[in-house]
Structures are given as structure tokens and as C-alpha cells.
Design a protein around this ligand. Sequence first.
Ligand code: ATP
Ligand code: MG
Length: 443
Amino acid sequence: MSQLQSLRGMVDLLPVQTRRWQAVEAVARTHFRCAGIEEIRTPLLEVTDLFARGIGEGTDVVGKEMYSFRDRGDRSCTLRPEGTASVVRSVVQHGLLSQGSQKLWYCGPMFRYERPQAGRQRQFHQIGVEWLGVGSARSDAEVIALAWDLLRDLGVSGLELQINSLGTIDDRQRYRAELVAWLQARADRLDPDSQQRLTTNPLRILDSKNPATQQLLAEAPTLLDALSEESSQRFQAVQAYLAQMEIPFRLNTRLVRGLDYYGHTAFEITSDQLGAQATVCGGGRYDGLVQQLGGPATPAVGWALGMERLLLVLEAAAAADPEGAAACLAATRAPDVYLVNRGEQAEAVALVLARQLRAAGVCIELDGSGSAFGKQFKRADRCGARWAAVIGDEEAAEARFLLKPLHNKGEERCLAMADWQMVIDILACDESDITTATQFDQQ
Ligand code: ATP
Ligand code: MG
């Protein structure tokens, strides 16, 4: 029988990876908490109409990337391809905006039927932020700063922030007409995909990766030049705030986002480590979406960061600097104590001791093999624990156990089972010794 495999583009995360993922999520959580942003969790499955209406029928995501099917009640359902539409749906459904503006974050899997390659999967993961009910230029800058600082604190370097303004709907309509006329006169120089987009989604042509099209676009009219005075001033203000926070950025007049709901500020953070799939984080303002999905007219801004791409960048950063922040993220935490035990009575007592110590917050790994003491000690050494607790039948019969130092200086002790709590004090002393020693080293 052939070996069962995961579906193409659906990737398992093994312990060596989940370690780094958890660390990234923990840093992100801290950033969000410090900025007063709360977590929202929405279902993975939504009615198809949410994305068709929210993201736009003409987009690649809705046009060809969605996992859609009919459920047993004949409803058209879709595995979420992104988080924003679901967050907005949820906020509207539960009337959260009546309590004021909402600062929310989410993380979890998204699904898009794309051609899998490095940094592009069919199930991928995003961490995202959505601020609903805030419309100022300052909030755009603050939201961008949040993404920038998070990536900085994770130890990622070689990043570039690119920004653009997509203006208002009127600005875009005016520009679209201008762009289409300009491109139609040169349609023979466009790649077939872009020719098709001339009628379906002309602004997306700006994002084409085709070299000949890119060359042509270098001379095309830009959206920035087509902005109204008001939109232009708003964009100037965003740039001034970024400059004040000393966040470097580059204007990219061809930056358009893949989803139709964006207007005014759009941005991407790219890495020089990722080749073709360079965008780690993308976002912008989407003032029309809440109303479009049946809620009150509400300005909003947000971003989503691709976890898989971020992890690729972090792995590169960790390899380049083994002592740096990115490398530390993947460090394993060894147990405090490894419990070596052998013999029928000893094994039963060890089970109880491990449970007592865990309840008191000690990380203790119980050897469950029943193998010879020598083998168990080898494993204890390998796992990096600083102490081994040892119980043989002799110790078990006398209701005691040994606590032996492994990688640390300390002295060996024989403790009564009833005094198991002394382990906590011994570990605490040991910890403070380490801190003192490190402080001393640094002086
Ligand atoms: P791209 O142009 O790379 O397809 P996008 O504009 O479709 O990106 P968004 O919808 O803005 O991407 O999603 C935000 C981020 O999520 C991207 O910048 C990227 O890091 C990540 N992302 C998007 N699609 C995928 C995918 N199929 N696999 C892995 N990560 C992805
Ligand atoms: Mg895409």
C-alpha cells in the first residue's frame, strides 16, 4: 500500500519548527499587549459570499485561489484565504463598533490554491492586525510602526518598507481611466496576463512580475501624480510621521495590494533574503470595507504578516549570526531535572514525585524506558538538564531519592521523599548562582 502523504502545499510543522513559531508568537503577543490590541479568533470556514464581496470578484484570490465547496446543507463555503474580511464580518455581526474603535489581532492558517514554492504554500499562516474606527494619518503610521518594530525585535535585518497611496475611490477611478488609455495604446508590449487584466483589474497590472511589462510601466503615469490635493496631503502626513519615528521607507508608486478593498496608504515590508516571494508583511487602509460588508461607515487600517516567509528570514538571520536574537528564538529549554528511575517500586514512586514537582512549576522529564541506569544517565546528560533525580528500588524502599548535579557544580544530596519541596529551593539557589556568575563574567 502506498504511503499516505499530506496534500500538496500543506506542510507539517515538526517540533524543531514549532519551537521557533511559538517564540515568534510570544514576541508578537507581547507587542500587541503593550499596544492595547486584543486577540480575535474567527472560524476557518465562512460563507463564500463574504470573500467574493469583501475581497473583490476580479482579484486573483477570489478568481482562482479559493478552496470553495458546497456543504451538506448546499451552502457555498470557503476556507478563509485571508483574515481581514472575517474580522470585519465578526465585528459587524457582534456590534463591537458600538463600543468604540476596535484594535484587534489574529493569527492562524489561511488557504489559497496557489503553485507551491519556497515561501508560498496552500495552507499558510498569518499574524495580522486590524484597527477599526480610526481614520487619521497618524494611525496609519502607528500601525506600520507596529509591524516594523515587531520584525526588528525578532532580530530580522535587511528589511525594506515600501509605501504608496492608492488615494480615494475617485482618485483611483480617474487614474484607472488614464492608465487603461495609456496601456491600451501599448497593449502589444504587455504580457498576456496583463492584457487580460486591462479589462478585469487594470491596477493589478502595476504589480506584474513580467520584465517587459515592468519596463513599460516605468514610463506609465503614476497613481501618486493622479491623487487629489487632499489625498496627497494625507499621504505627506503619513510620511512625516514615519520620518519622525525614524522608520526608513521607500516610495513605490507601483505598489498595489492584491485585494480590492485598499485605499490611501498601502505598504509592504520586503526582505532581501526571500528571492521572488520577497514580501513578508503587507497592509494598508481599507475605509470602505466595513460598510461594504453591512456595517456602519468605518475607517480601518491593518496588515498581515506571512509566518512561513518570516520564518525563512529568521532562519537565514540565525545562520548568519548564531549569537543574535533570531538564533536565540530557536533555543530549546532543557528540563530542570531529569528523573532517572529503575525497578518496579522505584518507577511507581518516580511517577508520583514527577507529578508533585511539576505541580510546583519544576520542569522535570521522567525517563520511561526502564533501561539500565547508565543508559538513563546518558539521556539525562544529552537533554541538557542541570540536575538528575535518581530513584532505584533501594531508595524507593527507604522513601528517599538522590539529587545529583549534571552540568553544574552543586553537591549531591540525599533527600527524603517527604522533603521533595527542598528540590525547589535547591533549584532556586542554583539559578541565582548562574545569574551571579553571568553578571560577574560581564563585568
Ligand atoms: P503575494 O504577492 O506574495 O502573493 P499577497 O499580496 O497575495 O502576496 P497578502 O494577501 O497581502 O499577500 O498576504 C499578506 C502576506 O501573507 C504576504 O505578504 C505573504 O507574506 C503572506 N502570504 C500570502 N500568500 C501566501 C502563500 N500562498 N504562502 C505563504 N505566505 C503567503
Ligand atoms: Mg498572492
